[in-house]
Ligand binder design. Structure first.
Ligand code: ADP
Length: 625
């Protein structure tokens, strides 16, 4: 149990440890980068159409040849108020307007003529203990001032100076953004999505719109009263600067790291719309980040250890892509921002940690294979050396025995019956031994790949006659009649000795495994460019269970193994090998108790058959091989 699941548990344990460690590291910089990518590629969010920006731009500076002064501001403000805006929000301080005390006083009078309409958005938070002044100096002290801090990740979170967040409230006081949004959509703080607590404030992430979404009206048009009043009526009018002169008028946004691409004004417009439409991105809790990181770590460890490297890489790539697409899709459709940095880091760490481990493991395995292989080759060599030596060493004494037996046979008339029978046994046993040694030597040659074909044009029928003659005595002893039905055949290229050995083996087997007084039929014919030689007997037959194996090395059917019929189990193995060397086939059919038929198919045109074989095709393949 432990042996089976142990390694798996260790891997999962490792993935857990890695995930815990990774999640300890704040990867806000990377996370911020992935977040910005999602912002850039998501479809544009809807706008409330309740916001209009007014900019003191380069056109204004060109037309006036200077900054607008207090008298210009007074006229512009009057023109604006006449168009009936819902709110006017100034994003730069009225105290910066150039003008005399009286002119500024006059401006303040116009600005407060409709109570609660104009507010200066102070870029600071009067948090407890700080000395932020929320009142403008005289004569502007009557002008409403509301905090609405522009945040950027300079020293916290991603630390890349990009503005991504807004502040909803501080110490239970709402910012101007929150107040105006609440008044429009009627929501209470708990109903907003994506708000989180951060050092005494409630913050959220801005649902950014691409740069240029909010088309501003130039201050000059307001001053000259040449603007369309409908664009201002009931709108939240944000007044700011876009003169490319002061970096305080701009922010670095997720869309561009360029300092002058997005105005402060546009950022405020984005914040207002995020709150009015309640569309702040939602951050799932940190536990989800951990669970996701853990899951991905487990998948990576599994992929690295269990799959083949290319397949593993492909699957990991797939996981990476699927994860990136999923997080993008979640953000684009539901504004859910799932962390990507920790899971991605988990993939890399787990991958690079486990690859060497796997390499070591595989190296060890292949070393073991190599050792085992080496041992096997050595054993194989020893075996064939032994067989060769043994066969050669046996041959000489055997020849001597046969010679002696022959001499004794010549004087057979001096022997009594018992002695004659013994002599006969000596003869047949030594013949069996010669045959066995011959088979073992052939096997050795095959395994040493020493067999080479000596091709000559030969008539198969002649070879059959030759084989039948050689076996005539054997057949006669069992009174077996060998019948030949040979169709005339063209001569064909073959190694005469090998094919003779094949046919000898088939006929000897047929005689060996036949009853006395039975018949053996040998036929030859040409069929489809193949010479077909069949040896059919009426002998013991072969059991269906043995039939598929009789061509295997040293295989003998179960019932003959225990019988008196001697054999090595090598004959058919060698026959099959020799036939295959000729690009031919050999197969057997049999009915136990009734007899067996062995068929040899040899291509008439050996060269053509060999050429086909090289192209991967087989010539005249038999369905029953
Ligand atoms: P063996 O030396 O045992 O004859 P072979 O390789 O020539 O070895 O044959 C393998 C086995 O196939 C034999 O042991 C026998 O069981 C079976 N066999 C081969 N030829 C015949 C046949 N003509 N009739 C019945 N069984 C046969």
């Amino acid at each position: 149990m432990l042996k089976r699941y142990g390694p798996r548990l260790i891997r999962i344990g490792f993935a857990i440890v890695i995930s815990i460690m990774i999640c300890q590291f704040p990867l806000d910089f990377l996370e911020g980068y992935f977040y910005d990518m999602r912002i850039q590629f998501k479809p544009a969010s809807p706008v409330s159409d309740l916001i209009q920006t007014v900019v003191v731009d380069q056109e204004t500076l060109r037309a006036l040849q200077r900054d607008p002064h207090a008298p210009d501001h007074i006229i512009a403000l009057k023109n604006l108020l006449a168009a009936g805006p819902r709110n006017i929000v100034m994003t730069f301080s009225p105290a910066e307007i150039v003008g005399s005390y009286d002119e500024l006083k006059e401006w303040a009078k116009v600005a407060t003529s409709e109570p609660g309409k104009l507010t200066y958005l102070l870029n600071q938070l009067p948090i407890k203990g700080s000395d932020v002044e929320t009142k403008l100096p005289a004569p502007l002290e009557t002008v409403a001032v509301m905090p609405g801090l522009t945040t950027y990740d300079k020293t916290i979170f991603a630390k890349d100076g990009v503005t991504r967040r807004f502040i909803y409230s501080y110490e239970s006081n709402l910012t101007l953004h929150a107040q105006i949004a609440n008044a429009i959509n009627g929501l209470v703080p708990s109903q907003y999505y994506g708000l989180f607590d951060y050092i005494g404030t409630k913050q959220g992430y801005i649902d950014f719109h691409p740069i240029g979404t909010y088309k501003p009206i130039s201050f000059m048009q307001i001053l000259n009263n040449t603007f369309d009043h409908e664009q201002i009526k009931d709108k939240i009018v944000l007044i700011g600067r876009d003169t490319l002169e002061d970096s305080r008028d701009y922010i670095v946004s997720p869309y561009s790291r360029n300092n002058y691409d997005m105005t402060n004004l546009e950022m405020h417009a984005n914040i207002f719309d995020t709150l009015i439409l309640n569309r702040a991105p939602i951050l799932p809790r940190e536990t989800y980040d951990f669970i996701l990181t853990l899951l991905i770590a487990i998948v990576t460890v599994w992929v690295v250890l269990a799959l083949r490297p290319t397949r593993g890489l492909m699957i990991l790539g797939g996981v990476l892509l699927a994860f990136a697409l999923l997080s993008f899709a979640l953000f684009a459709t539901a504004r859910v921002w799932i962390g990507m940095a920790h899971p991605l880091l988990a993939i890399f760490i787990c991958y690079y940690f486990f690859i060497p481990y796997r390499l070591i493991r595989e190296n060890r395995k292949s070393w073991e294979y190599y050792q085992r292989n080496k041992l096997l080759t050595e054993v194989e060599e020893l075996k064939s050396n032994f067989l060769r030596m043994m066969s050669h060493d046996l041959k000489t004494p055997l020849a001597r025995i046969q010679g002696m037996a022959d001499i004794m046979g010549q004087e057979a008339e001096n022997l009594n019956d018992k002695q004659r029978e013994a002599l006969q046994k000596i003869n047949s046993s030594s013949e069996e031994l010669v045959e066995f040694i011959g088979s073992v030597l052939s096997l050795n040659r095959i395994e040493g790949k020493e067999v080479k074909l000596h091709l000559k044009s030969k008539d198969v029928n002649k070879l059959v006659h030759d084989v039948v003659n050689r076996c005539a005595d054997l057949a006669k002893k069992k009174s077996i009649q060998v019948i030949l039905e040979l169709e005339p055949l063209f001569s064909m290229k073959m190694d005469e000795d090998l094919i003779r050995q094949v046919l000898m083996n088939l006929l000897e087997n047929a005689i060996k495994y036949s009853h006395e007084n039975s018949k053996i039929l040998i036929t030859t014919e040409e069929h489809d460019g193949q010479a077909m030689i069949q040896v059919a007997d009426q002998g013991v037959g072969i059991d269906q269970a043995d039939l598929p194996n009789i061509f295997d090395k040293f295989y003998r059917a179960r019932d003959v193994k225990d019988s008196e019929i001697k054999g090595s189990g090598l004959g058919l193995y060698l026959a099959k090998y020799f036939v295959q060397l000729h690009s031919g086939h050999i197969y057997a059919e049999s009915e136990p108790g009734k007899g067996s038929t062995f068929t040899v198919q040899l291509p008439m045109d050996l060269e053509f058959a060999k050429a086909l074989e090289q192209q991967g095709e087989r010539y005249g393949e038999s369905p029953r091989r």
